[in-house]
Structures are given as C-alpha cells and as structure tokens.
Design a protein around this ligand. Structure first.
Ligand SMILES: NC(=O)c1ccc[n+]([C@@H]2O[C@H](COP(=O)([O-])OP(=O)(O)OC[C@H]3O[C@@H](n4cnc5c(N)ncnc54)[C@H](O)[C@@H]3O)[C@@H](O)[C@H]2O)c1
Ligand SMILES: O=C/C=C/C=C(\O)C(=O)O
Length: 486
C-alpha cells in the first residue's frame, strides 16, 4: 500500500517510531494509503531544517530570484494538475467538477499572486527634526519573520495550506506544515513540485500526524518556531494561542463561523437562490464561509423556502469522478456523526424538515462512504444549538424577519463573525447593512468571490488578524525602523 511520508530538508522520510495511520477515501470508506505519524523527533528535524535553510541560499536570494522560483512552483502545480486533482478528490471525496475550478487553480494562484505582490511593497520613511538642527531620517525595512508553523484543515486542503505557504515563502520565510490528518496527500505531493522548481532544501517541510499530543501540538510548542498560522476550529485556535504564548510567538488565526445570509424582499431572487444554494451546499457544506443561517424578509419567505428546497433536491450526489455530480460526501465518518447529531437535534426540537435530514441511499460500491443529505430546516428558535453552533455540514436553517434592524441584530447575535452575504437590489441598503454587520467579510449579491489582494479573516471568535494582499505581508514579515541621525 502507498505510504505518505514527511518531507524534511528536501527529502521524503518515514517516522522513526514506525507509527502509521490510515488515509481513508470518504466516498467509499476504502483505505487509500498509510500515513507516517510524526513524533517530536521528526518535528524537531523539520524545524531545524527550516532554521538552517534561512541561513542558506534562500536567505541570501534577491526578491527577483525568489519570486521567479515561486512562479515555477505555481507552474509546477498547474503542470501536474490532474495528479493534484486526483489526490485532493481521493482524500476528501469532493467532486472533481468542484476541485478542478476552485481547489487546484487556487493552489497555483496562491504562489503566483503573492510572488507578484511582494515585488511591489513600499515601506515608509519619515524625516524628523533634531535639537541640534542636523535632523534624522527614519525608514522601514521588512525582514522575514523566520520559521513559520502552518497548521491547516481538511476542507480545502491545498487551497488553505498554500494560502499561507505562498505569502510566507514570498516574504523569505521557511515553513513547517502540518496538514490535516484527514487530507495529507496534496501537501505531501507539493514537496516534489518544490524540489523541481528549485526551492532549496529545508524551505518547505511537511510533518504528518494528528493535533493534540501529536505533530500539531509538537509543532506549535516548538520553541524555535517564530510564528504560527492556523486555519481550523475556534476551540483549536484557543489551544494554539495558548501554546504560542510561551515564547511570545505571533499567531494568525482563521477560525470557525456560523455565517448569516440576509435576503431582502427586493433581492433578485434568482441570484439569491443560486448564491444561497452554493453557500449552504458547496463542498458538502464544509466551507468556513458557508451560510448555515438564512434570514429572509417575510413577503418572500415562502417562495424562497420552496425554491431553495427545489434547488437542494436538484443537487446531484455522487463520487468525484461522476461528471454530473456536484455534491460529495463529508470528509469522514467521524464528521458525519457530528453532522447527523445536529440533524437529530433539529428533529428533536421540532424543526420543520423542509428537505433532507438523513443519509441518502447510495449504490453498493459507495455504501461505505460518509454521505448525508442536503438539509433545510425552518421553525427552530434563535437559541437552538442548530442555529447557534457551527455544524460544518450541508444544511441551513431559514427564518423570516420583518425589518432591516431586526435582520442586522439577528446576523450579529452570535459570538462568531467570519462572513455574511446580503441579497438586495437597493444599493443604499446594501452599503448600510454591510457597514453594520460584525464580520470580517461581507458579500453583497455574491458569495465566495475572492480577490486575493483583499483582507481576509474573522471578527469576534472567528479569528485574529487578517491575511490576503499586504495583510499577509504584515504577518509574514518583521517591520524594522532604522533611524539615521544626519
Ligand atoms: N476562518 C477560516 O478561514 C476557515 C477556513 C477553513 C476552515 N475553518 C474552520 O476549520 C474547521 C474545520 O476544520 P478542521 O476540523 O480540520 O479543524 P481542526 O481545528 O479540528 O483542525 C485543523 C488542524 O489543526 C490541527 N490540530 C488539532 N488540534 C491541534 C492542537 N491541539 N495543536 C495543534 N494542531 C492541532 C489538526 O490536526 C488540523 O491539522 C471549521 O471550524 C471551519 O470553520 C476556518
Ligand atoms: O473554508 C474556508 C475557506 C477559506 C477560503 C480562503 O481562505 C480563501 O479563499 O483564501
């Protein structure tokens, strides 16, 4: 059986302990590979390699040379597009129709966009007066932060990992990545692309394993890691923040959400239905930016619910290779247990199950997969856990509202603040409401429309810091002021 090894100092290496665990395809439950689990020794070797690489050719390279290499990494992903696609879809079960236009192209873009960005970063300068009249000149210079620990989740594995590795390397850092234990393959494969592109050994390192008491915790606790960037659950973010406190390391945290969609009666309903369908059900609902709470103005409530139901029921459930499929399984049986527990809770609390609510009948060869039905509820109270907690599944609860003020209050009522989508044809209302939503990202008449130059991150318990464009460069560099007395 295929084995997935760590990538340390430019080479694939197994674990000294010999500990391996299964990599499972969630579309059919089959074991597709065995993954080496890193212990403290492998994590330490990866961090040492990353530290040494900072002092090697990578640290001395001009921006032009470094960014040319990163463009070659982007081209290398594109050249091996089909391999990345196959690996991502086997690990996650997601439809190739989705991953081929989101996950893999973004994996390449995350290198090329930040390679271009870093060439155009101005720094500040201030002339100042001094008592003796000679004056002084202050100017800023940016330096790499050092060794960056990258901890990434399973929902968009290549996209979310490279979203951090791209800018980190563009800024001249070195990285140690710990991908999700559920989805290690594309992160591992990227090592081959790095070598072929001429990225020096030790610049990109990968260790595999779990979170607590495994590779994730060993990496975040390692004293020679200078900064940690993490995407995942809010609870894990808290644990990582505690680990980073020792040694006063900086963190960038992109965490969970329970995002609201607000549909006003003056919305273009075709657009609102299409966008809400994607935001609730794309990637089987496993998108941090997804909409699990939909608030719809009363005059169009019944029509909206009926049309969203029709849209959900028209989704084509199927395996990655099925060209007609646009709805795959959840990432694992463990995650399915969590999602189904909320399906049960909604039923127990007397929700109206508009559609779904269970497990679909699948053909024999897919019966071992982690399938669930796309699900819509109405009728739950605002304090139901189904409405207040992140489920991270293909489901949403729809509730009517009457006034704009009420919609804003409902949207802002939870401790999360990642994203929101507003649907209205009234431009004044769109800007007014967008300004009042407590979230890091607000879409108007769209969803998951991404310009990588923009700030990306969460308010409240959905994160700390912003990445994207210059904001990534803020995190991945140390800004130093040089003051020269003239
Ligand atoms: N805000 C965003 O941009 C964003 C994007 C994608 C996903 N998410 C969130 O991610 C979650 C789903 O992903 P997940 O289930 O993989 O998240 P998770 O927090 O369970 O795991 C994420 C990563 O952290 C590691 N990890 C877990 N415990 C750790 C520990 N104690 N120390 C170090 N590392 C540890 C895991 O092994 C994995 O690699 C959802 O909550 C979702 O909203 C947020
Ligand atoms: O599941 C969360 C999706 C996050 C998306 C990004 O981080 C991005 O588009 O850069």
């Amino acid at each position: 059986m295929k084995e997935i090894k760590h990538f340390i100092n430019g080479q694939y290496v197994g674990s000294a302990s010999g500990r391996l665990f299964d990599n499972v395809n969630p579309a059919n439950g089959q074991v597709i590979a065995r993954i080496h689990e890193a212990g403290e020794a492998e994590v330490d070797a990866a961090v040492k390699a990353a530290r040494a690489a900072l002092k090697g050719p990578w640290g001395r390279m001009s921006v032009a040379e470094r960014t040319e290499i990163l463009h070659r990494v982007a081209a290398g992903i594109t050249a091996r597009f089909d391999e990345f696609l196959e690996a991502e879809c086997q690990d996650t079960g997601k439809p190739k129709s989705l991953a081929s236009h989101i996950d893999i192209p973004r994996g390449a873009a995350n290198f090329s966009v930040f390679a271009d960005q870093v060439k155009n970063v101005p720094t500040e300068a201030f002339e100042m007066a001094t008592p003796d009249g000679s004056g002084a000149l202050n100017y800023g210079v940016r330096r790499p932060k050092g060794v960056i620990g990258v901890i990434s989740p399973w929902n968009l594995p290549l996209l979310l990992m490279t979203w951090k590795v791209g800018p980190a390397l563009a800024c001249g850092n070195t990285v140690v990545v710990k991908p999700s234990e559920e989805t290690p393959t594309t992160t591992a494969l990227l090592g081959e692309v790095m070598n072929a592109a001429g990225v020096p050994a030790g610049v990109y390192n990968v260790v595999h394993g779990f979170g607590g008491d495994s590779a994730g915790a060993f990496l975040t606790a390692h004293p020679d890691v200078d900064g940690i960037t993490f995407t995942g659950e809010t609870g894990t973010g808290e644990t990582i923040m505690r680990a980073a406190a020792k040694g006063v390391r900086q963190v960038s945290l992109e965490l969970g959400g329970k995002n609201a969609g607000i549909v006003f009666a003056d919305a273009d309903l075709d657009k609102a239905i299409e966008g809400t369908l994607r935001s609730a059900f794309a990637n089987c609902g496993q998108v941090c930016l997804g909409t699990e709470r939909v608030y719809v103005q009363r005059p169009i409530f019944d029509e909206f619910v009926a049309r969203l139901k029709a849209g959900a029921e028209a989704l084509v459930i199927g395996e990655p290779n099925d060209p007609k499929a646009n709805f795959g399984p959840l990432v694992s049986h463990k995650h399915r247990e969590k999602v189904l527990s909320y399906y049960q809770k909604a039923q127990d609390e007397g929700a109206t199950i508009v559609t779904g609510g269970g497990v679909p009948d699948m053909p024999q060869h897919l019966a071992g997969g982690a399938w669930v039905q796309p699900t819509i509820w109405t009728g739950l109270s605002d304090d139901s856990p189904v409405v207040t907690e992140e489920i991270f599944g293909p489901c949403c609860h729809i509730r009517p509202f009457d006034t704009e003020e009420e919609a804003v209050e409902l949207a802002n009522s939870l401790p999360y603040g990642l994203a929101s989508a507003i649907w209205t044809e009234n431009a004044s209302r769109a800007h007014r409401v967008a300004g009042q939503i407590e979230a890091g990202i607000v879409w108007v008449n769209s969803w998951f429309l991404r310009d990588l130059r923009t700030a990306f991150g969460g308010a409240k318990q959905s994160g700390i810091g912003r990445e994207g464009g210059v904001h990534s460069l803020e995190f991945y560099t140390e800004l130093k002021n040089v003051c020269v007395k003239l």
